[in-house]
Structures are given as structure tokens and as C-alpha cells.
Design a protein around this ligand. Sequence first.
Ligand code: NAP
Length: 260
Amino acid sequence: MHEAVSRISVLASEQRRIQDLEWWSSETIAVVTGGNRGIGFEIVHQLALHGVTVVLTSRETAVGEEAAKFANVMYGLVNNAGVNFNIGKDNSVEFAEMVIQVNYFGTKNMIKALVPLMRPSPAGARIVSVTSRLGRLNSKQNGISNVTVRKQLEDVESLSEEVIDNTVNTFLEQVKEGTWESGGWPQVFTDYSLSKLAVNAYTRLMARIFEERPEGHKIYINCYCPGWVKTAMTGWAGHVLLKMQLDTACSLACLLPDRL
Ligand SMILES: NC(=O)c1ccc[n+]([C@@H]2O[C@H](COP(=O)([O-])OP(=O)(O)OC[C@H]3O[C@@H](n4cnc5c(N)ncnc54)[C@H](OP(=O)(O)O)[C@@H]3O)[C@@H](O)[C@H]2O)c1
């Protein structure tokens, strides 16, 4: 209870901090994927409360068509849509193909499709991906034990899209062959963890690439883990309430670069 109260007071001060710096208007557009429920819906709600116009997308909507209507006025994309089929201590890879497709390739494809639509602005455009600490690149407990692959993913200077794609595709091939268990992949929620690890690596790669863009055309890209949240994905078993994890999502989407 005490922790919940102090989290809510941190959240209130964070929201004041964001509002104090308001640089956007109702003409500022953000797209949130998987916005129909769970964490995505709450992010839509919070961004709308801050006065941003939010395009809520769900898989029933043709995302590209919706987003294209806002070409050149869009400032941000929140990649939230995601799936997980692991429950409790089970480590199923039965749905590995879908998990990697939605969580990693879906995120990457959204970024590629929407970056050309982002308007130049002094405050810069924003991309935030909802990821997971299960996919931490430097995790000792759940990392990739294949040292060569881990080093390739850790080295941001030599990191490339090909390296990340090859890593997830090698995993998927091993799943098909039935050899993945000796492949040195993450030990917990293997396919989900690897999908988020790929998102984390792709975020670092894109941050390096976006850094080269000239002033006025900058895009700031970040990813964050919301904690273990009470949503359908966790079977409502998480210990974080939806409203309590949104300060990070909104800060990354709204704060000016020097405050991030
Ligand atoms: N909950 C947690 O503890 C936790 C922890 C770390 C990270 N995350 C991440 O947070 C994000 C949101 O999770 P959540 O807990 O809010 O889960 P959720 O309630 O299950 O919501 C998932 C969202 O993703 C959408 N989605 C699923 N498959 C899709 C597809 N193929 N194409 C387009 N949209 C699709 C869902 O749409 P439908 O309604 O149509 O299925 C739904 O809107 C995910 O990326 C998840 O990995 C969650």
C-alpha cells in the first residue's frame, strides 16, 4: 500500500514535469499500436490527457492507411502491440514464429513504414517501444550464452539489421529442427525474451542511425520495460497496476531531449 501511494505521488510529479514543458499541440499526432486494450490503451489515454492527438490502432484497422492520413504531422510512434504464449514456468516455443513475427518484425516494420511520415520539428520526433527486461542484452540470468552472438548484439558500433535478423532466424530454424534447447538462447520465456532482445538491439541500432540526422529532423528512439503489469498478457497476475507504469512511456514520448 505504502509503495502504491509513493508511486502515485511520483507519477503526479512526473506528469507536472511533462506538462511544464509542453511543446506540442492538438495538431501533434502520435500512433499507438495495440491501443485497444492493456498497456496500449492506457498509453493512448495518457497521451490524450496531455493534449496530443492519438491514433489508436488495433489489428482490425489498416494501420498504414490510418497513419498515412496524418503524413507530415505525425510526431510519434508507440510500438506496444505484442504477444506471449508462455505461462508460469513453462517455456513453450510452440508459437515462436508468431511471437518473433509480431514482437520483433512487427515493431521493425512499423518503424520503417512510419519514419517517412514523421514531420521535421525542433523538438524532434519520437519512437517508444514497449519491451521487456527479459530481453536485456546484459542480463546474466537470461542472456544469450553463445558468446559470439552476444558480443555481436552488444557491440552497437558494428551492430546491423542483418545481425539481428540472422540471430532470430537462426533461433527459428533451430525451433523447426528441434535443436533450440542446446542453442544458448535465453532460459526463461525463450521465444518472447529473444523477440524483446531483438527489439532492444534494433532500438540501439536505430538510435545510432538517427543520431546522424540533421537538427530539426532528429528522431529520438527509446524502449522501456513496464514491469509485470496486470493485463490479459500476464493473466491479470502482474503486480503493477496499469496506471502506475505510464510515467516512463509518457516521459519518453513527451520530454524534450535534454530532459530524457
Ligand atoms: N503485461 C506485462 O507485464 C508486460 C511486461 C513487459 C512488456 N509488456 C509488453 O507490453 C505490450 C502490451 O502488453 P499488454 O500486457 O498490454 O498485453 P495485452 O493486454 O495482451 O495487449 C496486447 C495488444 O497487442 C495487440 N496484438 C497482439 N497481436 C497482434 C498482432 N498480430 N497485430 C497487431 N496487434 C496485435 C493486441 O490486440 P488484440 O486485442 O487484437 O489481441 C492488444 O492490443 C506488449 O508488447 C508486451 O510484450 C507487457
